[in-house]
Design a protein around this ligand. Structure first.
Ligand code: FAD
Length: 387
């Protein structure tokens, strides 16, 4: 299980742990310095079958549940590695699995499971609409056997390291639908084809090594057979995927938080100042104990959300709460770890500053803390919506 108390996932935990040992801190430090993609790490995870965890066995995957995927990502982060380069493959797959046609699944899933294809990019965010996804401007207009895509996406991570992208575009203008969440559709976009000048990908320089990009579509043609499910229902389909995404990213945050708590307590035991370990001072040890408790409480919520998801139960509230609590726990553990290491936390060779930067992302992406607070206030507690 996701907490350490259930031995059910021990084999996965130890398998992923051994794989991560082959990718020590220097590997991640070098990539961070050169803003490079962790190709070898991704290849190793793919070869070992971990990225096909959620693909059913009939398509060549491992047929595991979301809890198992959580264990994989949590173990990666806890080991000091970074699953951000691959986590999308796990949650994007859900939209194809749940809403794709048999033909689409037969065409793509076996190659994804075998590691011959990568589905690593999720194209939702746009520069002008922010979190209000119903206002996306990218359009897909039917023309014969194709849809013609025009628009700009931003923050689309791993676009340069994927074969396929799951893309959300408007097929009916917002003004012409009864509900703003209708009229958007999801497409499986094949970036391997000769896209010519109709797709332009521009990397965005960021404070973390995340391979994120802007993507411009200028009359890009996607065969109509690559539409997933029914036209206009795309928002509903990606919401399913978003719940999985929130739970998986929450699991990563728990892994980060455990990494920081371990690093902080080890250092507090080793570092001697005033002739005693700094961890002997309660001013140093209490914040670490506090971070540990917040982490383990968040892990329980992640486990609850993953269990509901696996049982096909409604899990929107729990997925959001898990993501909120786990990202708060990892950020507070990161801050405590920085403080515990003192000046050495700023030295790249200790890796704390890099992990600190990396875990900060999860208070903003894939959904910001304010939007989760708003979801819980209005959808769970029944208070009026402010927007
Ligand atoms: C490194 C990185 C990688 C990413 N990867 C992807 C990706 O692969 N695919 C993808 O589609 N997107 C991706 N994103 C985008 C990410 O999902 C968005 O940045 C995130 O959802 C927040 O949207 P925004 O940046 O437009 O913020 P905005 O919506 O502009 O919000 C800005 C701030 O205002 C607050 N705010 C806005 N409205 C309200 C309100 N009504 N009440 C209270 N507070 C409010 C928000 O909480 C936030 O703090 C990535 C982002 C980053 C930084």
């Amino acid at each position: 299980m996701f907490t350490d108390y259930d031995p059910g996932y021990e084999q996965i935990r130890s398998g992923v742990g051994s794989l991560c040992e082959k990718f020590p801190a220097e590997y991640w430090r070098d990539l961070d310095r050169s803003s490079a993609y962790p190709t070898q790490f991704i290849d190793a995870l793919t070869e070992a079958g971990y990225l096909a965890a959620l693909i059913p066995t009939e398509y060549g995957g491992a047929g595991l549940d979301l809890k198992a995927a959580c264990v994989i990502l949590e173990t990666i982060q806890r080991a000091g590695c970074n699953g951000a380069a691959c986590h999308a493959q796990m949650y994007i797959m859900g939209t194809l699995l749940r809403h794709g046609s048999e033909t689409q699944k037969g065409q793509y899933l076996p190659d994804l499971a075998a590691g011959k294809l990568r589905l690593q990019a999720f194209g939702v965010s746009e520069p002008t609409c922010g979190t209000d996804t119903t206002r996306i401007q990218t359009t897909a207009v039917r023309d014969g056997d194709d849809y013609v895509i025009t628009g700009q996406k931003t923050w689309i991570s791993r676009s340069e390291h994927t074969d396929l992208m799951l893309l959300l575009a408007r097929t009916t203008p917002r003004e012409e639908v009864v509900k703003p969440t209708l009229g958007m559709s999801v497409f499986l976009v094949d970036l391997r084809e000769d896209v010519g000048s109709s797709v332009t990908i521009r990397p965005i320089e960021t404070m973390i090594n995340h391979s994120t990009t802007e993507v411009f579509f200028d009359g890009f043609r996607v065969p109509a057979e690559n539409l997933i499910g029914a036209e206009g229902e795309g928002f509903r389909y990606i919401l399913d995927g978003m719940n999985a995404e929130r739970v998986l990213i929450a699991a990563e945050c728990v892994g980060d938080a455990r990494y920081f708590v371990t690093r902080a307590s080890d250092y507090a035991n080793e570092r001697e100042v005033f002739d005693r370990p700094i961890g002997q001072n309660q001013g140093v040890q209490f914040p670490i104990a506090d971070a540990h408790m917040k982490t383990e409480a968040a892990a329980l919520m992640v486990e609850k959300a993953a269990t509901l998801f696996d049982d096909d139960e409604t899990c929107g509230a729990e997925a959001n709460m898990a993501k909120y609590l786990a990202s708060e726990a990892s950020w507070s553990a990161a801050d405590v770890c920085m403080q515990t290491f003192g000046g050495f936390a700023f030295s790249t060779e200790y890796d704390i500053e890099r992990k600190f930067r990396e875990t900060r992302l999860y208070q903003i992406a894939p959904i910001s803390t304010n939007l989760i607070l708003s979801h819980v206030a209005t959808h769970v507690l029944g208070m009026p919506k402010s927007f």
